[in-house]
Write a protein that binds this ligand. Structure first.
Ligand SMILES: C[S@@+](CC[C@H](N)C(=O)[O-])C[C@H]1O[C@@H](n2cnc3c(N)ncnc32)[C@H](O)[C@@H]1O
Length: 322
């Protein structure tokens, strides 16, 4: 495999390569998966507790109110449970606890790109659910889909918290198709999706007055300073959020407040930002139910059941591989 190399230096890390590609593009962009360093994990946990960030409350409500229905809908007494982008597992634990109480036989495999969050999750599971059989895996879920292959037990894959919304429709479809191909017919995908709703509700969730989301997004600049030797001045950038009610795309940007150069030592080069030039740092796509059902059909799944919160802001949708 070809490695990108800087003159007189080490091969680039995946982070450095993605930053080089993203900041050389027009418009500039950075992949949101790099938000989750130790500080980013902590800030995301604060976001989940914010009243404006309805997504967590809605999904938690769904799990608390429908945990038995969800287990019944799986239809398996024994299964292998894999979770993509598990995070701190705060909501998942509601289901895990219930499944154990009901005597379901399953092994839990959380997968996450953040080593730190996985260590925290394992420790909390050992304390709270000591009887749970856990084997976690650190990695990018786009690269560990082979983990879904093989084995004789039916599989249930969790992809919760509206993570699927971080991808364009095309990339989401490719990813879902790869999941379906790695699974066997009859295996299940349990997908947490944020639904289209009043635009102001969506905007407020990513634009909180306390500035926690802004701090979460700006932390990406801090991470580049620390890990890549960049010299971003955080005060020279501003968080900006938009929502397009037609495409359902909420987007977070970091906007340069002035014309400036930022030098990144790991890339041995400067990057120029014009005044008011923006870096796109996160996409959070919202779906209508009909868009979701079309997506299932074209990626090799059949929708088996939808589980909603009372306001119908969010859906956890159970899909079966055809
Ligand atoms: C928005 S949080 C959601 C966490 C959890 N699913 C929930 O609903 O609370 C996203 C999680 O996915 C992880 N993540 C993001 N991109 C990833 C990727 N490409 N591969 C593996 N994990 C990823 C992050 O580290 C983070 O823990």
């Amino acid at each position: 495999m070809a490695t990108t190399q800087q003159p007189h230096s080490q091969p680039l890390t995946a982070f450095a390569r993605d930053v080089l590609q993203g900041l050389s593009a027009t418009p500039k962009m950075l992949p949101s998966k790099y938000f989750y360093d130790e500080q980013g994990d902590k800030l995301f946990q604060q976001i989940m507790r914010m009243p404006e960030y309805y997504l967590t409350d809605c999904e938690l409500e769904i799990f608390e109110n429908h945990k038995e229905g969800i287990l019944q809908a799986f239809g398996h007494r024994r299964f292998q449970l894999l979770e993509l982008g598990a995070g701190d597992g705060m909501k998942t634990k509601v289901l895990l606890r219930h499944f154990l109480e009901r005597g379901a036989g399953f092994k839990y495999q959380p997968i996450d790109i953040s080593r730190n969050v996985l260590l925290e999750l394992e420790e909390s599971l050992r304390a709270e659910l000591p009887e749970l059989d856990v084997k976690s895996l650190e990695g990018d879920y786009f690269q560990v889909l082979h983990e879904l292959r093989g084995g004789v037990q039916p599989k249930v894959v969790f992809f919760l918290g509206a993570n699927i919304g971080n991808y364009t429709l095309e990339r989401a479809a490719d990813f879902l198709r790869s999941i379906a191909e790695a699974l066997n017919p009859g295996d299940l995908l349990f997908l947490g999706v944020d639904l289209k709703k009043a635009p102001e509700v969506i905007l407020n969730a990513y634009n909180d007055p306390a500035g926690i989301t802004a701090a979460f997004n700006l932390n990406l600049l801090r991470r580049m300073n620390r890990e890549l030797g960049a010299n971003f001045e955080l005060n020279d950038f501003k968080h900006w959020e938009t929502y397009n009610p037609i495409s359902g795309e909420a987007k977070s940007y970091l906007v340069s407040l002035k014309s400036q150069h930022v030098f990144i030592k790991a890339l041995n080069r400067p990057f120029h930002f014009e005044a008011w030039e923006a870096i796109e740092v996160e996409l959070s796509r919202k779906y209508s139910l009909s868009e979701l059902e079309t997506l299932a059909k074209k990626t090799g799944f059949a929708v088996r059941q939808h589980f909603f919160d009372k306001k119908k802001y969010f859906v956890d949708s159970l899909w079966r591989v055809e």
